[in-house]
Design a protein around this ligand. Sequence first.
Ligand SMILES: Nc1nc2c(ncn2[C@@H]2O[C@H](COP(=O)(O)OP(=O)(O)OP(=O)(O)O)[C@@H](O)[C@H]2O)c(=O)[nH]1
Ligand SMILES: [Mg+2]
Length: 328
Amino acid sequence: MPTNLTPEYYKTEERFREATTNEEKIALLEDMLSLIPKHKGTDHLRADLRRKLSKLKDSVGAKGKVGRFTSAFNIDREGAGQVTLVGPANTGKSSLVAALTNAEPEVAEYPFTTRKPTPGMMPIDNIQVQLIDTPPIDREFVEPELIDLIRRADLVLLMVDLQAFPIEQFEESIAFLEANRIVPAHRREQFPQDIRWASPPFLILVNKVDDESHDEDYEVFREFIPADWPTLPISILAARGIEAMKKDVFEALEIIRVYSKAPGRDPDYNSPFVMKRGGTVDEFAAKIHQDFSRNLKAARVWGSGEFEGQMVSRDYELHDGDVVELRI
Ligand SMILES: Nc1nc2c(ncn2[C@@H]2O[C@H](COP(=O)(O)OP(=O)(O)OP(=O)(O)O)[C@@H](O)[C@H]2O)c(=O)[nH]1
Ligand SMILES: [Mg+2]
């Protein structure tokens, strides 16, 4: 249905996009609403603008307080995946984020240092994933917002401390998460179907495996943990297991990197397109541009271990590292 918007509306919309203060945005949104003709074709647009307006008004009203829309627990997804570090106090969560990302969360010898989550970007090879440091979960009061943040994760890294009580830490943490309806993807089937579980993949990081003398303790830990749990020994201090961790994170996110290539040119290996595993040529084309997908005539693929510029159909499933040349 046509919306029949006036040039004046579009002008106001442009000023809204350029506005920098919330007060200015509120005034312009109100103008925009008054400039929209009221009919069925504009129902969605008007509802959308009213929603934006009320959000902005809330956030202005909540100034000084910690408002719903300024909460540190509301973290926008960035990069190839949102990976949330979870665990008891003092296990080394903040240390990992400080060591592997641009963020600088506080690290301290005493427990319960972290009070608010901090996101940072962690490079893995030629992509970036978002790694989020969080407050510990072995407390009397855990913010419901922290639970929501964990529920939204693409991957949960549960960190325990080999030099404390790793088995208890592991058991108590998963019991706590389960009580909050968060279970690992690989165990999802074991839980009732009628409850809305969040079931991201889990990876257990056993930190502070600083040298060979700790390797044996890790083996003991491993024997006590059911075999289906993926675990990885690391030491942030001694930089052990960090590359293996990055590799496991990449695998657990179930993503692939695909490179676009123009005819007669080399691909840019520095800027991959990140897709979900199982993604097709058609989905790749849509990622570049909706028109590409619509007008796609042919595609050639290099990679997949066997192809050297082979023609493929639009439903061809791509693999990590593939180079694709689209013809429209
Ligand atoms: N031995 C050893 N100590 C570590 C390692 N990683 C971190 N630590 C130490 O463990 C202590 C706690 O580290 P943090 O990163 O603050 O731990 P946290 O899990 O963020 O703690 P909370 O914010 O209280 O939940 C600090 O003294 C770190 O230096 C490690 O690999 N080996
Ligand atoms: Mg911390």
